[in-house]
Design a protein around this ligand. Structure first.
Ligand code: FES
Length: 339
């Protein structure tokens, strides 16, 4: 079978190459050769394996699903798990060669507390079992097995490494949802949960931490963003300007407002805009967190992190590009509610 040379250029300057047979998933071939590419679902649905085609031809396997927008595909973005090489080609990766080398681990954690913090959001605090440990980058997610349901659900910690062995998650309650039913009806302090991680390519880019930051969060998409803001706060040195635009549908769905207020006091460079689609009262921005973005928020070197429903991410991406951000400095994670 015909082979093509595929080269991966990591953000830290490291390059790795291998020969990939035509018709083979580029991700599968790279992982078999122990090239540390980020991935998770291996089926085109999580976007963890996204890369930028820098030269040559490589296309999505016919019939494969892909979360990429047509415009992203046209701009050269590819999901490597469902991508095949049609010629020698090269890809630029937005992360360093050491990032994907961190292997996900499985650990046990005890439930510390389950606390309702909004009409449809619960704060779940866990503590890793003695002898168990896992590390993560702010923004990455973990999978938690829902006891009694035999299913996995993905959540990003709202906490940081500094809080370990404690981990804090924000869980959106969905009527009839497996995790929602468990948390509302069965969860008890000290109950043991099994979780694995870290996963995902959505994480704070250390090398850009001095740039102005824009965070756009919808609903519990706030969790990884809080972890990022706290991580920036915990690093010594001057803090970058940060803008957080966070929104929910209505005021009673909002949560963590005290935590955001506290962070504004700790971080004078942090500005927060709290948004609601409906019933906005004084102090709240009427409309989506994207509509709260305006001229002057973005500078050419700004870096943006977006987490929320896909329509919010698409709208925020369009708006930020319109305001002048470099598209390469936008990092996003779709928040998919699962029952
Ligand atoms: S690994 Fe999930 S989209 Fe490729």
């Amino acid at each position: 079978m015909k082979e093509h040379q595929v080269t991966f250029n990591f953000a830290d300057g490291v390059s790795r190459s291998l020969a990939v047979a035509e018709g083979t998933s580029i991700l599968d071939a790279a992982l078999a050769a122990e090239i540390p590419l980020l991935h998770q679902c291996r089926s085109g649905s999580c976007s963890s394996c996204v890369a930028q085609l820098a030269g040559g031809e490589a296309n999505t396997r016919p019939g494969a699903s892909s979360t990429l927008l047509a415009s992203e595909y046209a701009n050269g973005q590819r999901l490597l798990c469902v991508c095949q090489a049609q010629s020698d080609c090269s890809f630029d990766l937005a992360y360093g060669s050491e990032v994907g080398a961190g292997v996900a681990v499985q650990v046990n954690a005890f439930i510390d507390s389950v606390e309702r913090i909004a009409s449809n959001v619960v704060r779940l605090t866990l503590e890793l079992a003695d002898g168990d440990w896992l590390e993560f980058r702010p923004g990455q997610f973990m999978q938690i097995e829902v006891p009694g349901f035999g299913v996995l659900r993905s959540y990003s910690p709202a906490s940081t490494l500094a809080s370990l062995p404690k981990l804090e998650f924000l869980v959106r309650l969905l009527p009839g949802g497996a995790m929602s039913s468990f948390l509302e009806e069965q969860a008890q302090p000290d109950q043991v949960l099994s979780l694995s991680g870290p996963y995902g390519a959505f994480f704070l880019r250390e090398e850009k931490r001095r740039a102005p930051h824009i965070f756009v969060a919808g609903g519990t998409g706030l969790a990884p963003i809080l972890s990022m803001i706290d991580s920036l706060r915990q690093v010594s040195g001057r803090k970058p300007p940060m803008l957080l635009s966070f929104g929910c549908a209505v005021p009673e769905a909002l949560f963590c407002l005290d935590e955001i207020e506290l962070r504004k006091q700790w971080l004078p460079t942090l500005e927060a805009r709290i948004c609601v689609d409906r019933e906005a009262s004084a102090g709240l921005h009427p409309g989506s967190p994207v509509s709260a973005l305006r001229e002057g928020d973005v500078s050419t070197d700004s870096v943006a992190y977006l987490c929320g429903p896909q329509p919010m991410i698409d709208a925020a991406t369009r708006r930020l590009i319109e305001l002048g951000i470099d598209p390469a400095n936008i990092f996003a994670e779709q928040f998919v509610p699962s029952h």
